[in-house]
Design a binder for this molecule. Sequence first.
Ligand SMILES: NC(=O)C1=CN([C@@H]2O[C@H](COP(=O)(O)OP(=O)(O)OC[C@H]3O[C@@H](n4cnc5c(N)ncnc54)[C@H](O)[C@@H]3O)[C@@H](O)[C@H]2O)C=CC1
Ligand SMILES: CC(=O)C(=O)O
Ligand SMILES: [Mg+2]
Length: 543
Amino acid sequence: MTIVLTPVWSNGVQKLKVTSAPPAKLAHGLTPPMLDDAVHAQRCLAQLRSKDKNIEKYIYLSQLKDADPNMFYRLCLTNMAEFTPLIYTPTVGDACIQYSHIYRRPEGLFISIKDKGRIGQILRNWPRKNEARISVVTDGSRILGLGDLGVNGMPISIGKLSLYVAGAGIRPESTIPICLDLGTDTQRYLDDPLYLGLRQKRVPMAVMDEFMDEFMGEMAKAFPKLLIQFEDFATDKAFAYLDRFRDRYPLFNDDIQGTGAVVLSGFINAAKLSSAASGRPLSDHRILFLGAGSAGVGVAMQLQSFFMLQGLSKEEARSRIYLVDSQGLVFDGRGPMAEHKKYFSRKDYNGPALTNLTEIIKFIKPTALMGLSTTKGAFNQSVIEAMSALNPRPIIFPLSNPVRLSECEFHEAVEWSKGNVLFASGSPFPEQDYNGRTLYPGQGNNMYIFPGLGLGAILSRASAVTDSMVEASSLGLAESLTPDERADDLLYPRIERIREISADIALAVIRAAQKAGVDRSADLRRKSDAELLAFVKERMWNP
Ligand SMILES: NC(=O)C1=CN([C@@H]2O[C@H](COP(=O)(O)OP(=O)(O)OC[C@H]3O[C@@H](n4cnc5c(N)ncnc54)[C@H](O)[C@@H]3O)[C@@H](O)[C@H]2O)C=CC1
Ligand SMILES: CC(=O)C(=O)O
Ligand SMILES: [Mg+2]
C-alpha cells in the first residue's frame, strides 16, 4: 500500500488529503519504451546541469526528490560534492529567503501559535507516525546568518533531513521536517503578499515557553521513537530550550552541540599540524572567537575538552578561550552582558574596551581564530597577517554561513598567510593552487556530525543525548581521516566518504550512550565493535 498526499483547497486554504493507494499495476505503454534507469540518471544530471542559477537547481532537485526519491538520493550519494552546496548551504539560504515565492507543495509540518491547545491533533495528521525517527525543528528565528525568516525557514529543516538520508541512510519516510510559526519580526515578510506564515510579530518568550511545553509533550506522545534536532533558533531560545528539554526528551541543538563537535574535530587535526610546525605543545594553544552567539559559545564550550584531553583542568581549559562580540573583547569589567557570555567573560583583563580585532590578536596572541559572527570580511588582510606573524601555521576557521557572510574566503586566507593557513569554513570554497601545491579548504560544518550522531542515538534508542555522546561524535570524526587525507593536510574527511564516516560516528555514539546508561537497545551491548559497525551499516537505507 502506498501513501498518497493530495493537495486540496478548502475555503480558499490548501490542505493535504492523505489516502492509501493500492499498488499500481505495471501498465505497459505508460512509460517510453527505452526508459533505462542508468540512462535516466544521466538525463536527470544533464537537466540539473543545464540550469544556470543555483536556486533553479534547488527547485529542480526538490521536485526530483518528490517525484523520484530513489533517483534523487542515488544521484546525491554519487555526486555529494556537487549536490551538497545545492540542497544545503549556501543555496538553501537563498531557498529560505525566497521560500514563499518558490513554494510548490507541502514537504513538512507547519505548527503555528494559533494551534496552541490542539497541537497533538495536528501531529496526528502526519501520515507515517509509526515510522517517525528524526525531526528537525526550527522556528525560523535565526536561519544560517540570515536573521529571522519566519516560516521561510522550512527549507533548512528539509535540507538537514535530506543530509540525514544521504549521509547516514536514515529512511526518508522516518524524517519529519517541522517549522514552528511564532510570527516574524522581519517587516519585509509581513508586508509580502506571498508570505506563507502568520502576519504577526513574534510572540513574547513566556507565550513561546508554554507553546514549546505543549509541543514537546505532544511530540513525545505522537512519535514515541523520535529524536529531535533543534535548528536555527535565535541564540536566547537556542540555549533556553536545550536547557529546558534535554533531560526530558531525546534531543540536541545542532547549532550549539553539532557545531561544537564538528569544530572540535577539525581543531584537533589542525592543532596537531600547527604544533608540529611551531614546536609548541598542544596544551599551549589559545583560541579567539569572533562571535559570541549560540554557535560561538557552543563551540567554545566544546573546545574546552580539547585542552582537558591534554591534561589541563576545566578552569585552565576555560582560560585558553577568549570571546569577542560586536562590542569587542568580552570581559567582566565591561558591564552587564547576556547570560550565555558570562562563563567565558575574562576576569583577568580590566582595561579599556578592546574593539579592533588586529589589536586584540596582538594583545592575546592566539594560535587559532574562529569566526561565528556573520560578518563578511572581518578576517581581513591585517587580521590574517597578524595571525601569521604569531604562528608559522595559523588556524583560521571562518565558520559563518552562507558563503556571503563568511569572515574571509579561502583564496584570501591562502594569499595573506603565504599558503600556511590551516583553514575550515562553514560553507564550501574551491581548492587553491599555491606555489605549485594544491591546498584544500576544510568544511567545518555540522553536516559532518548530525547524520552520524542522529543515527547512533536512533539505533541505540537513546533516552537523552548526553555531552559524552556529542564528544564521541567529534572524536570519531577526528579519527576518521585516512592516510591519504592526512598526507594532503586535510582537517576533515572528503565528503564523498560521508556514509563511512557516519557509520564510524554512530558506532562511537552508541558506545557512549551505553556508557552513560541512556541506551534502550540492550542487545547492542553484546555486540563486538566489528559486529556493531556491521549492524549500523546494515541498518542504513540505500536508494
Ligand atoms: N559552520 C557551522 O556548522 C555553523 C555555522 N553557524 C553560523 O554561525 C553564525 C552565528 O550564528 P549564531 O551564533 O547562532 O548567531 P548570533 O546572531 O546569535 O551570534 C552572532 C554573534 O556575532 C557577534 N557579532 C556580530 N557582528 C559582529 C562584529 N562586527 N564583530 C564582532 N562580533 C560580531 C554578535 O555580537 C553575536 O555574538 C551564523 O552565520 C551561522 O550560520 C552556525 C551554526 C553552525
Ligand atoms: C550550518 C548551520 O547549522 C548554520 O549555519 O546554522
Ligand atoms: Mg544551523
